[in-house]
Design a protein around this ligand. Structure first.
Ligand SMILES: *[C@@H]1O[C@H](CO)[C@@H](O)[C@H](O)[C@H]1NC(C)=O
Ligand SMILES: *[C@@H]1O[C@H](CO)[C@@H](O)[C@H](O)[C@H]1NC(C)=O
Ligand SMILES: *[C@@H]1O[C@H](CO)[C@@H](O)[C@H](O)[C@H]1NC(C)=O
Ligand SMILES: *[C@@H]1O[C@H](CO)[C@@H](O)[C@H](O)[C@H]1NC(C)=O
Length: 491
């Protein structure tokens, strides 16, 4: 009898999550994303899933960013507002990448670095167990260590991108293998399987041009490397079932725990638009009038801004495609952006009734969910990709910056999307190639594979049970390795 009891007790408490339920043990987790909505939103989705399991989350960002988020849906999520320190060259009220032109983002990073002091004051009295931080905040582990708080580098960059970027030490010091931009156009030696995942020449050149302007004092590559190097655990947006080979690469090169958190499908975000319902009503009425599966939805996320030449080719391409389209065009990045994009002469007249160019925020998830939408011309940002998969919308890919090129290679390999053909050296593309690409993916017979594959991968991407399993595994790990080696279960 006694033996039997003891055994069953051991069994129950061998799972820290079950033990936690028994003892009502809850974690307090701080989440601190980079000042970009493409980062804030998937961090918030993760916060919601953690809170649903009964743990307390402090979601830390700057005042204006928090004010642009939906009100917290859970009493367990507390928004913590830190005023963004002032730095030279950063326009007033600019608190996210979407508020400033690309070349001003470096000053946003400088201001973000100055958040170290208020963040430290918050952590000191927070009694937090863990903090999840983003790649820009490579300095978090040094602060957290003072208060016995353990650290997770939570990467919203995908496993293939992180695998391609390589070992942390190569990013912190100089990569001894890839010394030239063209070295980034082939898979690196630590990827042991054959793969097309690498940058195109024009993609890596745009990144090189961007990082030479590093007035924040610290390069993005260094930030990313140090973030990986200094954390206790790497958590990464992705599914082990979808790309086991890339997770293996990460475990091999990081030599520390790497956990998948799932794709974190969007649950909706209103972009701070109080008139959301009116906006959606208008858009829905327009979409209702279009033919099922024919509309091309065009949007390039909150960061990418095409050049004027690119806008011309995109516009003329949409016109030539003869398909209906809904184009979300951000003509400028924030009020300080003086290079306002314009549409080609007469374009709006000629496409009247067939196309809409929308210059303010639009409810992307709802639009993608409308039956009239048959394809998504996208920059390949991963949050947009996941939203497309949620709605079974095949992709036409046009990359602009950062990790987008690597995402596009993965989507091409998996036949989830087709890239607009471009000049390898300068990235130039024509209106004709835009027109042919959208027609291929949306209507042509030869493009059927894209429309079918996007449906087939949906289960892997957004299955709720699988998503729950990833969160369960993450929390199990956080619970059993929390601060000071505390053991949460008896015996
Ligand atoms: C959000 O919260 C604020 C302050 O608590 C409140 O004034 C506002 O009405 C809320 N908004 C919504 C849409 O619930
Ligand atoms: C990097 O590129 C240079 C110039 O093309 C080439 O000579 C070198 O072999 C490349 N290195 C690797 C590791 O591919
Ligand atoms: C910033 O960029 C310059 C020029 O590319 C480089 O010399 C310098 O080392 C970089 N600074 C940091 C801190 O990365
Ligand atoms: C929008 O409409 C939904 C239901 O139709 C309602 O629940 C919600 O409160 C409305 N939101 C606003 C901001 O009016």
């Amino acid at each position: 009898m006694l033996n039997h009891k003891r055994r069953s007790k051991t069994k129950v408490f061998s799972d820290p999550l079950l033990a936690m339920d028994r003892n009502n043990e809850k974690l307090h987790i701080v989440i601190f994303p980079w000042l970009a909505f493409g980062h804030i939103i998937p961090n918030l989705e993760l916060a919601k899933l953690i809170a649903e399991k009964g743990h307390k989350v402090s979601f830390v960002s700057t005042t204006r960013n928090i004010e642009r988020l939906p009100n917290s849906s859970s009493s367990l999520i507390t928004y913590v507002k830190l005023p963004l320190p002032k730095v030279d060259n950063l326009p007033k009220n600019a608190e996210a990448t979407t508020d400033v032109p690309y070349d001003v983002v470096q000053y946003l990073k400088k201001a973000y670095d100055a958040l170290q002091h208020p963040l430290s004051s918050f952590l000191e009295t927070s009694n937090a167990d863990w903090i999840l931080y983003d790649f820009t905040a490579y300095w978090v582990p040094a602060i957290a260590a003072r208060f016995g708080i353990k650290t997770v580098f939570y990467s919203i960059f995908t496993p293939p991108f992180m695998g391609f970027m390589g070992p942390a030490s190569y990013m912190i010091h100089n990569d001894p293998i890839r010394t030239k931009p063209e070295n980034f156009t082939v898979p690196p030696p630590w990827v042991p399987f054959s793969s097309t995942v690498a940058f195109r020449y024009f993609e890596i050149m745009r990144i090189v041009d961007a990082v030479s302007d590093n007035d924040s004092g610290t390069s993005d590559t260094y930030r990313l490397g140090a973030s990986i190097e200094n954390c206790d655990l790497v958590a990464i947006r992705g599914c082990t079932e979808l790309e086991p080979e890339w997770f293996q690469v990460l475990k091999d090169i990081y030599r520390k725990p790497v956990l998948a958190v799932g794709q974190l499908p969007s649950t909706g975000f209103n972009g701070g638009d109080e008139n959301e319902n009116d906006t959606w009503r208008w858009i829905k009425e327009w979409l209702d009038k279009q033919t099922h599966g024919r509309v091309v939805y065009v949007a390039f996320g909150s960061e990418a801004k095409p050049s004027q030449e690119e806008v011309n080719e995109i516009a003329l391409g949409l016109e030539k495609s003869e398909l209906p389209f809904f184009w979300v065009l951000r003509a400028r990045r924030g009020a300080s952006d003086t290079e306002v994009l314009e549409l080609p002469e007469g374009f709006e007249e000629r496409t009247k009734g067939r196309g809409v160019v929308w210059t303010s925020w639009a409810p992307q998830l709802k639009i993608l969910g409308h039956g009239s939408v048959g394809g998504f011309l996208t920059h390949s940002g991963w949050t947009s990709v996941v939203e497309a998969v949620q709605n079974e919308t095949p992709l036409v890919l046009l990359t602009f910056l950062a990790d987008q090129g690597i995402n596009a290679r993965v989507l091409e390999e998996k036949k989830m999307g087709y890239s607009v053909p471009r000049d390898n050296l300068n990235g130039f593309f024509t209106a004709d190639s835009v027109a042919r690409s959208v027609r291929l993916v949306v209507v042509e017979d030869e493009g059927r594979v894209y429309r079918e594959t996007i449906k087939e991968v949906k289960d892997l991407f957004v299955d709720d049970q699988r998503q729950q399993k990833y969160i369960h595994e993450l929390l199990r790990h956080l619970l059993s390795h929390r601060k000071n080696g505390e053991r949460v279960f008896p015996g």
